[in-house]
Design a protein around this ligand. Structure first.
Ligand code: F6P
Length: 357
């Protein structure tokens, strides 16, 4: 019996999406009679009924390709059940298009928001399987997401290269890395790149403590300091605020980012030169690393096995060295944050890295 499989990538693009798509397709072709439909631009395409039949040749030559061949979009989960100005019932439209395409199942490749919508669709009776992608590595129930290690490689390279200028000029260099809620990327790149101070959303920082860590370096005859700060980092006062209050506070400060503000504060308080580097989307650009190619392939092939076995309502995950599945309903709505008391944080502290607390 032929299975018709819909593929959709949602949320921010990420290295390894195409490798995972290829993994699903090739493993499916090898295990059962499969045909594929690529849904354009994430859930937007599912809502609007924008899709294309994909012959096997579409999956060739994409293992190393960055981004997503399907296109992507951000369609916030919180609005999925909200009828907006266009008067479209998005959930009804997605169900209608799923049926119109004649799908046996839908594979959603995405991060936390995608998993919430995937679970919604599963609850609505569609056969859905999730695949965990994000450079943030913050999906609950999996040790690692594809895209994360590539981003760590890139961000670490940034930290490495910034050392040259920091050292030569005796500057404080603030490197602002991606990660709004979870600081995994900043933590790994900071540790891997030998940062002196790492500031994460999970550990609110105190400016005086950051300054003390910088001063400690000069007493050790080092005239420069490297600070890695996650874009979602906040100070101890901000950590007490509600989301709206925080937004108002930030708007009133007129800094374009947390890194800019930190550098400005350091410069003002210490009278040293502090510069900011924000690699931004560079961190999720380009070809996936070999690690992510392997991981995405394993995840994709596992999704194919789930399709073969008719097991839906799951997302694929890594547990130790095994690829497993978790219920979408268990994963949706949860975020895997860096535990402040984790071994890796303790190790970093033992190395003398300051967390600003
Ligand atoms: O979720 C991945 C991510 O890169 C986050 O680290 C970052 O906060 C966000 O996406 C940026 O999103 P966008 O590309 O839509 O600005």
């Amino acid at each position: 019996m032929k299975r018709r499989i819909g593929l959709l990538t949602a949320g921010g693009d990420c290295p390894g999406l195409n490798a995972a798509i290829r993994g699903v397709a090739y493993a499916s072709y090898n295990m059962f009679d499969a045909e594929f439909i690529g849904i354009n631009d994430g859930f937007t395409g599912l809502i609007e009924g924008s899709y294309t039949f994909m012959p096997p040749s579409d999956f060739g030559g994409i293992l190393t390709l960055g981004g997503t061949i399907l296109g992507t979009s951000r369609t916030p989960y919180r609005n999925m059940r909200v009828i907006e100005d266009d008067n479209v019932d998005k959930v009804a439209a997605m169900k209608r298009n799923y049926a119109a395409m004649g799908l046996d199942c839908l594979i959603t490749l995405g991060g936390n928001g995608t998993h919430k919508t995937a679970n919604l669709l599963a609850e609505e009776g569609l056969n859905v399987i999730g695949l965990p992608k994000t450079i943030d590595n913050d999906i609950w129930g999996t040790d690692v997401t594809f895209g994360f290690h590539t981003a760590v490689d890139i961000a670490t390279d940034v930290v490495d290269r910034i050392h040259t200028t920091a050292n030569s000029h005796g500057r404080v260099m603030v490197i602002e890395l991606m990660g709004n809620k979870a600081g995994w990327l900043t933590l790994y790149a900071g540790l891997g790149g030998g940062a002196d101070i790492i500031l994460l959303p999970e550990i609110p920082y105190d400016l005086d403590s950051v300054i003390k860590s910088i001063e400690k370096r000069s007493t050790h005859k080092r005239n420069f300091a490297i600070i890695c700060i996650a874009e979602g980092a906040m100070d101890t006062e901000e950590a007490k605020l509600k989301k709206k209050q925080l937004e108002q506070k930030r708007a009133a400060e007129h800094f374009t980012s947390v890194g800019q503000r930190l550098a400005s504060n350091i410069q003002e308080k210490m009278g040293v030169e502090a510069r900011v580097v924000i690699p931004g989307h560079y961190q999720r650009g380009g070809s996936p690393s070999p690690y992510d190619r392997v991981l995405a392939t394993r995840f994709g092939a596992h999704a194919a096995k789930l399709i073969r076995d008719g097991e839906y309502g799951y997302t694929v995950a890594m547990d130790g060295d095994k690829i497993v599945r978790n219920k979408l309903s268990d994963v949706a709505g949860k975020t895997k944050l860096v535990p402040a008391d984790s071994e890796i944080i303790t190790t970093a502290r033992r190395m003398g890295i300051g967390f600003g607390d």
